[in-house]
Design a protein around this ligand. Structure first.
Ligand code: SF4
Length: 442
C-alpha cells in the first residue's frame, strides 16, 4: 500500500493564489513581440521535422461550476462557424511562415467541448487542417469529448475523420458531486458511448477523474474509480481541482464549505492510485494510469515517455503549435499564449496580426534544463545530468522542498514528490503556467 503523504501546506479548498505562486517555477522573463514571433516562425521554414498541433474550441452548451477554462457558453452555431473561418486565418498565417503540409506527430482538439461542434463543422474544421498539414498513419489524432454529446453517428464520423483517441471528460460519477458542479452523466450512457467507440475502432479510450471538487470524499473518489475501472478505459488521468474564483467568477457559486482541503485531496489521490494499480493499471508519469498494452505504458517501460502542453505522449512530438483563443504554442525556442478573450482573438486576426498575448524566449541553457526536467518528470529519473545542476535553481529548489533527491549519478523523484508535485503545478494558474512554467506544468 502506498504511504499517505501529508503536504505541509494548504488551506481548506486549496484555493490557488496567483500572487503567491512559488518562484520555483519561474524560468525566464517575458519578451517575445509579434514581430519576433513571426521571425521565429519564418526561421522554421524548410525544416522537415514533424510537428504537433493543438486546436482550442472554446464553446460549451452550459457552464460547469468548476470550469477553469476560458470558454463561451453559446447556442449560436454561427459563432462557431465564424470561429472556424478565423481558425483558418490563423493557421494560414502560421503555415505561410513555417511551410504548408508539415507532417503531424499529434493532432489534438481541446475544449471547451470539441464534440459540441455539429457534424458539418467537424468536417469543415478537418478540411482546414488537411489543407494545411499532412496527417499519416503515425499521427495520433485525439479529441476531448463530453459523453452526453457523443452519438453513434458522431463517433462514426470522428473515426472516419481519422481520430483514434477519445478523451471522455467524466470528472466524478457521484450524483452529489455532479450536482455541485452542474454536470451529469449516467452509467448507461457512458457504457453505450464506450461500446460504440470500441466498435467504431477507436484505439484508445481515455477518461479523466477530477478530485478536489465539492462534496467529494475519499469514499466517493474510490467509488468513481471503481466505476471507471469497470468500463475498462485504456487510460485514466487524475487531475486536481483548485478553485480560482477571482479569475473564474462562476466558481463563486461553488459551495466553499464543501471543498476538500489539500490534505483531503492528497488522500483522494492516494486512494485513486492504489485502487487503479490494484486493478492492473500502471502509474505513468505523475498523474496518469494506463493499461499495460497502452502506448503510454509501453513508452514508460522503454524510457521514452514525453509530455507537452496537451499531456503525455509516447514520443517526442516536436514543436507544438496551438491555434484558437487562449491556445498555447510550445516551441523549442519560445512559449507563446494566444489572446484569451474570443473578441480580441478575432480582432487581431481581422487586422492581419498573429493573435498572441504573451510570449517568452527560452535560451539554450533553459532548453536543456526543461528537456531534462521533462525527462525526470515523465520517467521519474534523470541520469547523466552533467553540469545541468550548476545552472538549475529549479532542480535545487525541487530537492530543497523534498520533491526530488540528487545523488552523484542521478536525480530521482521522491515518493513524496510523486504524490505531491503535480498538486503544486496544477495549483499554478493557466497564465502562470503558460508564461513561466508551462513546460513543467501542463
Ligand atoms: S465542459 Fe469543460 S470547458 Fe466546458 S464548461 Fe465544463 S469544464 Fe468548462
Amino acid at each position: 500500500m502506498s504511504p499517505l503523504v501529508t503536504p505541509p501546506f494548504a488551506p481548506r479548498g486549496g484555493t490557488a493564489d496567483d500572487d503567491a505562486l512559488p518562484e520555483l517555477f519561474a524560468t525566464t522573463e517575458l519578451g517575445l513581440t509579434p514581430d519576433d514571433y513571426a521571425e521565429l516562425l519564418a526561421s522554421k521554414r524548410g525544416n522537415d521535422e514533424r510537428i504537433a498541433v493543438h486546436v482550442r474550441l472554446p464553446f460549451c452548451p452550459s457552464r460547469c461550476l468548476n470550469c477553469d477554462h476560458h470558454t463561451t457558453v453559446t447556442h449560436n452555431s454561427e459563432a462557431i462557424d465564424e470561429y472556424i473561418v478565423d481558425l483558418e486565418r490563423e493557421i494560414s498565417m502560421v503555415t505561410d511562415r513555417i511551410g504548408r503540409g508539415r507532417t503531424l506527430t499529434q493532432l489534438h482538439l481541446g475544449g471547451g467541448t470539441p464534440n459540441y461542434l455539429s457534424d458539418t463543422q467537424l468536417v469543415q474544421l478537418m478540411d482546414v487542417i488537411d489543407r494545411h498539414f499532412h496527417l499519416d498513419s503515425d499521427t495520433e489524432a485525439s479529441l476531448e469529448a463530453n459523453p452526453k454529446r457523443c452519438s453513434p453517428s458522431q463517433l462514426t464520423l470522428l473515426r472516419g475523420l481519422g481520430f483514434g483517441t477519445l478523451d471522455l471528460q467524466i470528472r466524478d460519477r457521484d450524483s452529489a458531486v455532479q450536482l455541485a458542479i452542474g454536470r451529469s452523466h449516467s452509467l448507461s450512457v457512458l457504457e453505450d458511448v464506450i461500446g460504440s467507440a470500441r466498435s467504431e475502432g477507436f484505439e484508445t479510450i481515455s477518461m479523466d477523474l477530477v478530485y478536489g471538487l465539492p462534496n467529494q470524499s475519499v469514499e466517493t473518489v474510490h467509488g468513481t474509480v471503481k466505476h471507471m475501472i469497470g468500463l475498462n478505459p485504456d487510460r485514466i488521468m487524475c487531475q486536481t481541482f483548485s478553485p480560482r474564483p477571482s479569475v473564474f467568477k462562476h466558481q463563486r457559486a461553488l459551495d466553499a464549505e464543501g471543498l476538500p482541503s489539500l490534505a483531503d485531496k492528497v488522500a483522494m489521490f492516494n486512494t485513486a492510485s492504489e485502487t487503479l494499480m490494484d486493478s492492473g493499471y500502471e502509474w505513468v508519469g505523475l498523474d496518469c494510469f494506463a493499461r499495460e498494452h497502452d502506448a503510454l505504458a509501453r513508452a514508460k517501460h522503454a524510457g521514452h515517455l514525453h509530455r507537452n502542453w496537451v499531456g503525455y505522449t509516447d514520443r517526442d512530438t516536436g514543436d507544438l503549435y496551438g491555434f484558437g483563443a487562449d491556445a498555447i504554442t510550445q516551441l523549442r525556442e519560445a512559449n507563446v499564449q494566444n489572446k484569451v478573450q474570443l473578441g480580441e482573438w478575432h480582432e487581431a486576426l481581422h487586422q492581419g496580426e498573429l493573435p498572441l498575448c504573451t510570449g517568452e524566449r527560452i535560451s539554450e541553457s533553459e532548453q536543456r534544463q526543461l528537456a531534462a526536467l521533462n525527462t525526470l518528470l515523465c520517467n521519474l529519473e534523470l541520469s547523466d545530468y552533467g553540469d545541468l545542476l550548476e545552472d538549475s535553481t529549479l532542480l535545487k529548489e525541487l530537492a530543497k522542498q523534498g520533491f526530488v533527491e540528487i545523488s552523484d549519478d542521478k536525480v530521482s523523484v521522491t515518493e513524496y514528490g510523486r504524490f505531491a508535485l503535480h498538486q503544486r503545478w496544477s495549483d499554478a494558474s493557466p497564465h502562470y503556467r503558460a508564461t513561466r512554467g508551462m513546460a513543467l506544468a501542463s
